[in-house]
Design a protein around this ligand. Structure first.
Ligand code: DON
Length: 594
């Protein structure tokens, strides 16, 4: 059944490069097999991605993790909507087609550059710890930290979701299209069905035991007891109904009334691992506007999300530590370049582990950590030519006398990144998550509840010294999400971000070096194999050219480990009088533009 027609203008996604205008009617179709016959625009974008070529456009661009979500955003942008309008449509579809990564039951951080005012700001839609949560939330009766999945699965890990409120806040500030219509595409897909993607199917199969513990979750992801197959036709009428309520009444339906009652009841009665989140916590939820955190790098300002995310501080520190070195001269083949990147990243992670947490609860020396002299002094540690034997936190300028112990909270795969530039020139960078794949595995009214609270440190103290990122009621857990907008001469020049848990920080830092120092285009930069160092061991992306660096890095003193490194980098480069997009080949997304 044909359910959607593009405007004819919209499909010249690659016009700048190919000089071709694709044909008029390119409606995706859902056939009896459940396969989506994608639009010409998506097919061309996918072909470019497979060939390692970026998508180019003049007017607007959207890059996200699933073609159906990208199409929803593109439809809004083609109709003159803003990046904020398009983001709402993209997120509503992602919550359906990529539920393992983000959705209404999760949280997000959004960086916005406003073309009209020339101002940058950030919105914090991070989940919040319930008022009844204590620093011992993730400890057993003896005060010992729980095993990770014992903490994750069930009600205990669920924070108050921020995504619905964030969608509304962004739309109220920067939207131009009517709110309700932004959900149409997601509602249609939820009612009529969509084809389960290979990645969703593989994620379900890999998590079947945990998903099977809760009735509503099992019914949806394991129909008749078996994991969803790729291409299977999946409908989600409960999600459609939730979206209709959100569309007609706004985000307040989520934070009060029947939906809020259901969320609290599901958390509090989760079999085996109940939580304490209540309707009061939901009613109290607020999105917080925070100043963007910016750090200089070469001729650029790298701007992003400050605490409770560690993203912008750690990316800014990594690049600040690299500033004295000629990376452009060495290039991505050079082991020396990776030594510098790896050890700069380790030093940033050492500071992150000690100092970063929710600034509404603990003082964080954001300025001190990004201060020029501090980073210049610390970058001298990189002069040795061999791996740092140890990467210890520094002593940044602090306006309070404080001593924090090191944190070791754990993060594992899910999460999604959305990059959008609209025809008015606004830029949006948003990383959105339910934390672990499928979050807490609890499902309410067609969406999954997050497990974001496990981003807190499970330990509250170490050797009697408090940990900055310990659980506290009303606090937001430290994140690594790094939605980023790079500025030059007062204009945005790059929009990017990625999922990947705490590896987000090195993924984003390395992509910035790839574009700004090594001159790679947006697609080549995201294609570049990953080499990631956070805590000493060098992770090399398995099955790629990164593995060829193992010997040289070992000779410098690093332990190395080949492993999957599943980033989801989505990049828009605005330089050169056009928009150029790259979508991560490790996930299913595409870039579309006009
Ligand atoms: O906020 C954070 O940093 C994490 N909860 C994000 C989780 C994530 O990126 C998992 N990714 N693959």
């Amino acid at each position: 059944m044909r359910f959607w027609l593009y405007s004819s203008l919209f499909v010249i996604l690659a016009g700048a490069a190919s000089g071709q205008q694709a044909s008029d009617s390119v409606a995706p179709e859902i056939g009896g097999t459940g396969q989506v016959a994608t639009s010409e625009a998506v097919a061309e974008a996918q072909a470019r991605k497979a060939e390692g070529r970026p998508v180019e456009a003049q007017d607007w661009m959207v890059v996200a993790a699933h073609p159906l979500a990208v199409e929803a955003g593109a439809e809004v942008l083609a109709a003159g909507g803003t990046a904020a309008d398009a983001m709402v449509a993209v997120q509503a579809v992602l919550g359906l087609v990529e539920p393992q990564s983000s959705g209404l039951g999760g949280g997000a951080f959004l960086v916005w550059w406003d073309a009209k005012s020339g101002a940058m700001t950030t919105l914090d839609g991070r989940e919040t710890a319930p008022l009844e949560a204590t620093p011992r939330l993730f400890q057993d009766d003896q005060g010992q930290p729980l095993q990770f999945y014992d903490a994750v699965v069930g009600g205990r890990s669920v924070g108050v979701p921020g995504t619905p409120a964030l969608l509304q806040e962004a739309h109220e500030r920067w939207g131009a299209r009517p709110w309700a219509g932004l959900f149409d595409r997601a509602i249609t897909l939820a009612e009529e069905g969509f084809a389960v993607s290979p990645r969703l199917s593989a994620s379900v199969a890999g998590d079947a035991e945990r998903l099977g513990r809760f009735d509503a979750t099992a019914r949806y992801f394991l129909p008749e007891g078996a994991p969803l197959q790729p291409g299977a036709q999946l409908r989600n009428p409960d999600y459609a109904e939730t979206l209709r309520a959100l569309a007609t009444e706004g985000a307040r339906v989520f934070y009060g009334g029947e939906i809020a009652e259901d969320i609290a009841a599901t958390v509090q009665s989760a079999p085996g691992n109940p939580g304490v989140l209540s309707e009061v916590d939901l009613a109290l939820y607020r999105v917080k506007e925070r100043a963007a955190v910016c750090a200089p790098y070469r001729a650029y300002e790298i701007c992003g999300m400050g605490p409770p995310s560690s993203g912008a501080v750690a990316v800014g520190q990594t690049l600040g530590l690299l500033a004295p070195f000629d990376l452009a001269g060495s290039g991505p083949e050079s082991p020396e370049a990776w030594r510098l990147l790896g050890d700069a990243s380790r030093l940033a992670f050492a500071d992150r582990g000690k100092f970063l947490a929710d600034t509404d609860f603990v003082p964080v020396p954001v300025k001190g950590l990004l201060e020029k002299m501090y980073l210049e002094n610390r970058s001298q540690l990189l002069n040795g030519g061999v791996a740092l034997p140890e990467a210890a936190p520094g002593a940044p300028e602090f306006d309070h006398a404080l001593n924090w112990a090191m944190d070791n909270s754990i993060e594992l795969p899910s999460t999604s990144h959305i990059s959008i530039v609209d025809s008015q020139g606004n830029a949006l960078s948003m990383t959105t998550t339910v934390e672990n794949a499928f979050g807490s595995r609890l499902m309410v009214r067609g969406f999954l509840l997050n497990n974001e609270l496990t981003d807190f440190s499970f330990r509250s103290h170490r050797d009697g010294v408090p940990i900055a990122n310990r659980v506290e009621p009303g606090k937001r857990p430290r994140s690594s999400m790094a939605p980023t907008i790079v500025m030059a001469e007062g204009r945005p020049v790059l929009v990017l971000g990625s999922p990947g848990g705490s590896r987000i920080i090195p993924y984003v830092s390395k992509t910035l070096v790839a574009v700004l120092d090594w001159g790679l285009d947006a697609q080549a930069a995201v294609d570049l194999p990953h080499l990631v160092n956070r805590f000493g061991t060098y992770d090399l992306e398995a099955g790629t050219a990164a593995e060829a660096q193992a010997e040289a890095l070992q000779a410098m003193g690093y332990a190395t480990e080949a492993r999957d490194l599943t980033s989801g980098l989505h990049v828009i480069d605005l330089r050169g009088g056009r928009l150029q997009g790259g979508a991560d080949p490790r996930r299913e997304g595409v870039a579309l533009g006009q």
